[in-house]
Unconditional design. Structure first.
Length: 405
């Protein structure tokens, strides 16, 4: 099988949130025998051992937009994030397909006028030169900026075109979305895609209601060679969390990091991330390379998985963190996460706490039971190796695509 893939970005130095996952997925596709061609929507094209790269046809336009956006944000500041996890459960959601700022609408219309024709011609050229390509997959790009492109590809080349949204449910228009992100569904036509892939089992119906003709769930995973246990001389960190931003999880950051760090004042709490707010006694670890992140996880007796409410509240909405930590053999303590039992068995492969008090009790127990921690971490990694590698996900994707050929 030969696939033409359009990821949001290939640049790991300035990645969109899912870029590391897409690298692992495309590596997994290579490992199951797929010939992968990757052409990024934003930033430079980058060759790798696992795919061939085609250029970004709108790179300078995208770079110019990014510079303008960054300059604007530096001048006026980023708009405040809507903290759903700090408001009532009855917080009014954004009306579907209606909430779009003037600036979002302007960006979308400019992209449809300027960027979409460049991509239509670019993909047409690749498919004309390489007619043996079996299918095209867009990976979490702003699909409302390329309205009509998928339909034209199918009309002219008779190839199936798929869209993979790796941000469901946060990306959906009935959610508030991330403060710094695109609104990707306003003005889009989901019917022009052969089928949708989603990271969320609970989000399937919402995508169908938006117009998707077919929806398939492909969960996140982890490459166990990339996310392997780090060899460390000692575990000198008691509790550690890595991640970015308080959006949708502020209360759990307070209950699992800030408050416990003040109560367990003889224990070392550490965080590697940005924009996480007040963290009590938790120390900020230097934001260094990925290899250093593996070291931090290995040095930590307990690794926290604090999932944003948007994902944690919609059943089976996978995110990368549980799989990454499990692949590294970490002992995980997580906040409540609907459907987490789809991937791991609570109490055997990780622990789930439902309050600040439960978090404190769990930390106290695990920090005094070294064998239990190691046993749980080993079981979690074994589960990943058996069911949740990106090679598993790649094979699932290939099997689905083959059904449309």
């Amino acid at each position: 099988m030969k696939l033409l893939i359009v990821p949001a970005s290939l640049d790991l130095t300035q990645p969109f949130s899912a870029t590391p996952a897409w690298w692992q997925l495309m590596k997994g596709l290579y490992e199951v025998g797929v010939d992968v061609i990757a052409t990024p929507y934003q930033g430079p094209a980058m060759e790798s051992l696992w795919w061939r790269a085609e250029p970004n046809p709108a790179k300078w336009q995208g770079d110019a937009f990014k510079r303008l956006r960054d300059t604007y944000r530096n001048l006026v500041g980023e708009k405040p994030a809507t903290q759903l996890d700090e408001s009532s459960a009855e917080a009014t959601p954004t009306p579907p397909l209606q909430s779009e700022s003037r600036s979002d609408k302007l960006i979308r219309r400019v992209a449809q006028t300027v960027i979409a024709p460049l991509w239509r011609n670019h993909l047409d050229r690749i498919l004309t030169q390489q007619p043996d390509i079996d299918a095209i997959i867009f990976l979490t790009i702003p699909l409302n900026q390329l309205v009509g492109v998928a339909a034209e590809i199918q009309r002219k080349h008779n190839k199936p075109v798929f869209y993979y949204d790796g941000d469901v449910p946060a990306s959906l228009p009935n959610m508030h979305g991330f403060a710094t992100g695109f609104r990707i569904y306003q003005g889009a036509d989901l019917r022009e895609y052969t089928a949708f892939f989603s990271n969320s089992k609970g989000g399937e119906e919402a995508l169908r209601e938006l117009g998707a003709r077919a929806v398939h769930t492909i969960f996140y995973g982890a490459d166990p060679d990339v996310f392997s246990p780090a060899r460390v001389s000692q575990q000198d960190i008691d509790v550690m969390f890595y991640g970015h931003g308080r959006e949708y999880r502020a209360q759990w950051i307070d209950d699992m990091i800030t408050a416990p760090s003040l109560v367990l004042d003889d224990r070392r709490f550490a965080v590697r991330g940005t924009k996480l707010g007040e963290l009590g006694r938790a120390e900020m670890l230097p934001y260094l390379s990925f290899s250093k992140l593996r070291e931090y996880a290995g040095r930590s007796k307990i690794n926290l998985c604090i999932t944003r409410r948007a994902h944690a509240s919609v059943y089976g909405s996978s995110s990368s963190r549980p799989f990454e930590l499990s692949a590294m053999g970490c002992c995980i303590v997580a906040n409540p996460y609907a459907g987490i039992e789809e991937w791991f068995e609570p109490g055997k492969e990780l622990f789930v706490v439902h309050s600040k008090e439960e978090a404190l009790d769990c930390y106290r127990y695990l920090l005094t039971h070294d064998d239990e921690r190691r046993k749980v971490g080993a079981a979690a990694r074994e589960r990943v190796l058996k069911e949740h590698t990106f090679r598993h996900r790649a094979q699932q994707l290939v099997d689905i695509v083959r059904g449309y050929l």
